[in-house]
Each structure stands twice: as structure tokens, then as C-alpha cells.
Design a binder for this molecule. Structure first.
Ligand code: PRX
Length: 654
């Protein structure tokens, strides 16, 4: 609550400058309100008009929204299109020579890829996939570093109607294995290794380990992009080099014409159970969300902008605002293999200067770490090309917002704080920068066509200032369609009956007197570490599989840079360890979680006890654990606590 209180006191206002407003795609608040009003009065035609305007259809649709089998909504479902065609082919007539991608490698090497070249590379890869026996509807796992190849691989899947499931390179063999099995993937595209911050990050060996985890694997082929040239294990008959399979392919591939509702991809994300959820997105609705938000929120000007979203393609942000949104508009974009702090904390600013970036979209955690490591560095660079800044993934504290606005945007560039999720596919609540006055720490107002609201536990709308469940009242095209292999979980997680047909996001929020939304954080047991979503249950299950662990509970603790860090409370089967033994056990468990899930899920702190604080009915008192993790005085009622003595033990940190 203390965090929420401090945000509540933030009431500085930053209206768009007249210069920005004059050139904006949505110019002035009246324009924004007119769009919202149009969306309200002509729903769902509002979306149909946008779909006709922004998507090139192979077969135009007549049906707009089918809500007959709610919450399994269908949009434009008698229409046909190809997403890759919309991202590539349609640009070739007029600007085939425009740079699509400026790729900067970890070591600083820069390469440019035009739309024509990207089109040819995607076609060659699409033909290669077909040669490997891949058909429409097959699943392909992509486990690649940030590279042009990652985008080519995703677009090639879209071209032939294969469903990609990108797994972030930081996930472990075990996590990769789970995702391969759940999706029933036939093929994996990976690299020998990637480079990040001067280090080589092995990828192929992780794939080998993942595939060795079960005797029966659906995977028939592993395509390996040679990035690092390091030595790797090779399985003849299964493994093929990327360069070998594309070299003899034609550079044209007829796209597979897909139904609007055919799945474009699956992306696994954490929920409140131990098992990740395969969020399934559609083709047309998803694409429409990516395009309209590029136009409204990023005020996209394809002919002149240089767009840079720093997210990895392993996350939804990298799907919507690297692989699909910018390409669908024919933008020029920067993609970056490395990390913001290497070789020094001026890397981002140097890249903005060098590539003349106009629109820069990153995570609050990156901003906070760059403030800490080099607040003076932006001033040493020419950032005059910038015209718009954006943040995503977690709440941004007003101090970081203001630093971003002043030091990076030089008080010239609006800052768009964009609230959305893997599930929503595109921005939901964010300022339209030429129309909406921003307030640091608030994601401001919903996009046109998005009916956001805040409800209490009975599903009633809450008045100004009261925190509750953030929901979206009406279906919108870019919303996930279901959870892969688990439609029942889709229904119960996102459309619980008490919320009467609303999409329940899993976040809490409140509104101020101007109707601005302030996100308060997750309402479920999901953590947000450095903008990445992690389920407490997933980490607890991973810890519980360690042979020495009897029981574990995990909570989040606020952190200056990462937003939140993970604190694990662990009961061992043997005696509770002390001093050196406790530290050694903490290191061992940290390593274990890294292997089970991935480095991003490693707990920062461990606390060992003979038991966990439980109620008399045996329920773990998580609120108490949170207070312990934050080193707060225990002011809560502990009378229901079965075993009060263990609170002292759990105060000591490893
Ligand atoms: O809690 C919200 C937080 O990130 C969650 C979604 O995580 P994920 O699906 O991994 O997608 C991240 C990128 C869209 C949300 O439920 N979140 C995302 N953006 C914001 C945010 N919290 C506050 N402000 C934001 N702008």
C-alpha cells in the first residue's frame, strides 16, 4: 500500500506540446474523444472499419464479431489474409528499398536489411520449412537470440501458417521441454549460441538437454543458425544448419491464405498455478491490435521514423512491437542483440545517436538501472532525433518517469506509459501522445474501443480512488482466443462468472478524479521481476522438487531497480541450516531454480526455518511472509498463527 499511496500524491501534468500535437496522428483531446465516442456508438463496426483500412485482405470479411460462444469470441471470421504478406509483400511496390531493420550486434557491428531483402529471406526460410515437411497448423518452437533471423523465422512461420511458440533464450532446458511438449512442436529453430554483454550464451546445448528429457519427443528437426561458430553437439538426421536449408531455396514463397481466426502464435506466460499458460493469438485480430496501437500510441510515421523497441522477441512486446507492428506499417526499426549496460551504461544513448532513433520504447527496470549506473551519460550524446518515448512491463515510479522525460526526452518528447499484457496482444491503456496530458506513474486512459473499468469482488464498478479488479468490459480483436490445450482454464482465469462477461486482467488499479488509471500491481500470485512475469507457484514447485526441500513459499519484495525481487522461505527435510551451511544451501537452491526454470527466476534471498507461518487450518500466511521479506515490524494479528516462534528464524537472510 505504501507504494500506492506515494503514487497517489503525484499530480504533475504534462500536456503534449503544440508542435507535437500539430503533427500527431490523433491530434488534440477532442480527436481522441471523437474516436472513443465513435467506438462506443458503432461497436463493433468501429473495429471492422479499422480492419478494412489497415489490413490488406485476401478475401474480405462480412461477419464482424461472433459472440455466440462467449468467451470464445471470433472476429472477422469469414475473411482471409496472411500476416506475413501484410508485413512484407504489400510494402514492396512503393518502398522495397526502405530499410526494415537496422541490426546492431553485441560487438557493435551494424547491418541494414531492406524490405526487399527481408521479404526474400523470409520466403527462403518459409520454403525451407516446407521442405522439412512443415504444414499449416504445425507448431514450431523458436529459441533464438535477438537477431534478424529471429524475425525471419517468425515471419516465415506466419507465411506458411505454422504456429510459432517463441521461448525466451533465458529459459532453461526444463522450461523449454515443457513448452515443446505442451505445444506438440515438430521443429525447433535455434542457434549454436548468442552474444550478450560480451558473453557467449549457449542455446543449442540447452535444446539438446531439453530433447533428452523424454524418450518420445514430437520434435523431428532442429534447424541451427550459426551465430557464434562455437562447437556444438550434432545429431545427424535431426539437426540441420540454417544456411544449408535456405541456400538453395527460391526467394519467393506463395503465402498460405489463412482464416482470420487461425492461430498466429502461442506464447507461454506465467499464471498463478505451477504450469505456464500457452496464450493463443489469432491472425487478423492480433495484427489489427498491433497496427492500431502503433498508429495511435506510437504516432507512427513510417516514412520518417526510426523505431526502437528494446524488448526481446521472446516476450509479447517483442512480438507486437518488433516482429509484427512495425513491419506491418512499413517502419524502419532498430533491433539490438546486446544489453544496455555493456560495454558501458551509455550503450542505448549511443545507439539512439548513431541510428537517429525517433521513437524509443523500453522497460522501467532498464531506465532505473541506467540512472543508477550513469545518470550523466545521456548528456554526452546527441539525442535530438528522439520525438517520443515509451515504457512497458511494470509500473514506472514518478522519479524514473521524470528522469526519462527530462534527461532522455529533453522535455520535448511525450512519454507513453503503456499498460497491456501477453493476453491482450496490444496496448490497452496508454496516452495517445498528441492528445492526452500525461501524469508520471499513470498509464492514463484506455485506447479508443477499449472499455476498461475497475470492479469490486461482486463485479460492481468502483468509484474514484478505490482500488479493485482491472477489467475490460467488451471483447476487442487483439485479445487472446484461448489457452493452448486448456480452454477451461482460459474461461475460469479470464472470465470468472462473478465478473459477468468482463475480461479480468489479474491486475488491481484505481482511477483518479480525471478518470486516469493507476495500476497497483498483480492481484494474483504473479510476480513482476524486471518487467518479466513469474508465477510464485512455478518457483515454489521448482524448489519443492529439490531432494533436500520439504516445503517452500515465495513472495515478492520491492526492489529499486528490478521493481520486485524474489524471496524464498524454505523448510528443509533435514535440520534447519545455519551460517555457512545456510549460505551454501541458498546457492545450491538458486542454481537449482536456474536449471528448473531459468536464470530470471532465481530467488535473490533465501530464508530457512523449521516451518512456515501457517494458520491453524494449515494455510501459509503469505501476508506475513511479505512483511518478513520487507523487514517490516509484524503488526498483523498473529493469533491465528499455529507456530509463532518460527517468525524469528525466518528473519535471517541468506
Ligand atoms: O501487471 C501488469 C504489468 O505486466 C503484466 C503483464 O505482463 P506480461 O504479460 O509479461 O506483458 C508485459 C508486457 C506487456 C500486467 O498484468 N504491466 C505491464 N505494463 C504495465 C504493467 N504494470 C504497470 N504499468 C504498465 N505500463
Amino acid at each position: 500500500m505504501s507504494h500506492i499511496e506515494s503514487v497517489l500524491h503525484e499530480n504533475r501534468h504534462f500536456p503534449p506540446s503544440t508542435t507535437f500535437q500539430a503533427q500527431a496522428n490523433v491530434s488534440g483531446v477532442a480527436h481522441y474523444q471523437a474516436l472513443c465516442e465513435q467506438a462506443r456508438t458503432t461497436y463493433p463496426e468501429f473495429w471492422a472499419n479499422l480492419a478494412r483500412e489497415h489490413i490488406t485482405w485476401h478475401k474480405p470479411f462480412n461477419r464482424i464479431l461472433d459472440a455466440g460462444n462467449a468467451p470464445f469470441f471470433r472476429w472477422f471470421d469469414d475473411g482471409e489474409l496472411n500476416v506475413s504478406w501484410n508485413c512484407l509483400d504489400r510494402h514492396l511496390t512503393h518502398y522495397s528499398a526502405r530499410t526494415a531493420i537496422i541490426f546492431e550486434a553485441d560487438d557493435g557491428t551494424v547491418s541494414h536489411v531492406t524490405y526487399q531483402q527481408l521479404f526474400e529471406r523470409v520466403c527462403a526460410m518459409a520454403n525451407a520449412l516446407k521442405e522439412q515437411g512443415i504444414h499449416k497448423g504445425d507448431r514450431i518452437v523458436i529459441y533464438l537470440p535477438m537477431s534478424v533471423e529471429a524475425i525471419v523465422a517468425m515471419q516465415a512461420c506466419a507465411r506458411i501458417g505454422a504456429i510459432h511458440s517463441v521461448v525466451f533464450g533465458g529459459f532453461s532446458a526444463k522450461s523449454l521441454h515443457e513448452r515443446i511438449m505442451d505445444a506438440g512442436a515438430r521443429l525447433i529453430i535455434t542457434a549454436d549460441a548468442g552474444f550478450r554483454g560480451g558473453k557467449t550464451i549457449p542455446l543449442k546445448s540447452v535444446v539438446d538437454d531439453a530433447l533428452a528429457m523424454s524418450t518420445i519427443s514430437p520434435i523431428e528437426r532442429v534447424i541451427v543458425y550459426q551465430r557464434a561458430g562455437c562447437s556444438i553437439h550434432w545429431q545427424n538426421g535431426r539437426d540441420v544448419w540454417w544456411h544449408d536449408c535456405v541456400s538453395s531455396q527460391a526467394t519467393f514463397c506463395e503465402p498460405e491464405w489463412m482464416n482470420a481466426e487461425d492461430p498466429l502464435f502461442i506464447l507461454y506466460t506465467s499464471g498463478s498455478t505451477g504450469r505456464p499458460k500457452g496464450v493463443q493469438h489469432s491472425s487478423a485480430g492480433y495484427l489489427l491490435g498491433a497496427i492500431t496501437s502503433m498508429h495511435w500510441v506510437f504516432d507512427a510515421k513510417p516514412a520518417t521514423d526510426v523505431f526502437w523497441c528494446t524488448a526481446d522477441v521472446g516476450w509479447i512486446t517483442g512480438h507486437s512491437y518488433v516482429t509484427y507492428g512495425p513491419l506491418a506499417l512499413g517502419m524502419t526499426q532498430v533491433i539490438f542483440e546486446g544489453i544496455p549496460t555493456w560495454p558501458d551504461a551509455g550503450r542505448f544513448w549511443r545507439m539512439i545517436q548513431q541510428h537517429r532513433v525517433t521513437t524509443f520504447y523500453t522497460a522501467p527496470t532498464a531506465i532505473r538501472s541506467l540512472i543508477k549506473l550513469g545518470a550523466d551519460l545521456p548528456a554526452q550524446h546527441d539525442l535530438s532525433s528522439l520525438r517520443l518515448l515509451g515504457t512497458v512491463g511494470e509500473p514506472i515510479n514518478p522519479e524514473a518517469w521524470l528522469w526519462f522525460y527530462r534527461q532522455i526526452g529533453q522535455e520535448r518528447c511525450p512519454v507513453v506509459d503503456t499498460w497491456w499484457q501477453t493476453e491482450t496482444g496490444a496496448h490497452m491503456i496508454a496516452p495517445l501522445p498528441g492528445a492526452i496530458t500525461t501524469k508520471p506513474g499513470s498509464c492514463t486512459l484506455p485506447l479508443p474501443g477499449i472499455q476498461a473499468d475497475i470492479l469490486d469482488e461482486q463485479g460492481e464498478s468502483l468509484p474514484v480512488g478505490e482500488g479493485g479488479y482491472l477489467v475490460v468490459r467488451q471483447p476487442f480483436p487483439s485479445l487472446l482466443r484461448t489457452l493452448w490445450n486448456d480452454p477451461e482454464r482460459f474461461k475460469t482465469t479470464y472470465f470468472p462468472v462473478e465478473f459477468k462477461g468482463c475480461y479480468v486482467a489479474g491486475d488491481s488499479a484505481h482511477r483518479d478524479e480525471e478518470g486516469y488509471f493507476w495500476i497497483m500491481g498483480r492481484i494474483d500470485d504473479v510476480l513482476n521481476v524486471s518487467g518479466h512475469r513469474l508465477g510464485t507457484m512455478e518457483i515454489e514447485s521448482a524448489l519443492a522438487t529439490h531432494p533436500a526441500v520439504a516445503e517452500a513459499a515465495v513472495v515478492g519484495k520491492p526492489h529499486d531497480i528490478k521493481g520486485e525481487t524474489i524471496v524464498a522461505f524454505v523448510v528443509l527435510k533435514q535440520q534447519c541450516p545455519r551460517n555457512g551451511a545456510a549460505k551454501a544451501m541458498a546457492d545450491e537452491l538458486r542454481h537449482w531454480v536456474g536449471k528448473e526454470i531459468g536464470a530470471i527466476a532465481k530467488p535473490e534471498e533465501f530464508r530457512f526455518g523449521e516451518n512456515l507461518p501457517k494458520t491453524r487450518s494449515g494455510k501459509i500466511m503469505r501476508r506475513l511472509l511479505r512483511a518478513l521479506a520487507r523487514d517490516e515490524e509484524i503488526s498483523q494479528d498473529v493469533s491465528t498463527l499455529e507456530n509463532p516462534a518460527i517468525l524469528e528464524q525466518l528473519k535471517s537472510v541468506c
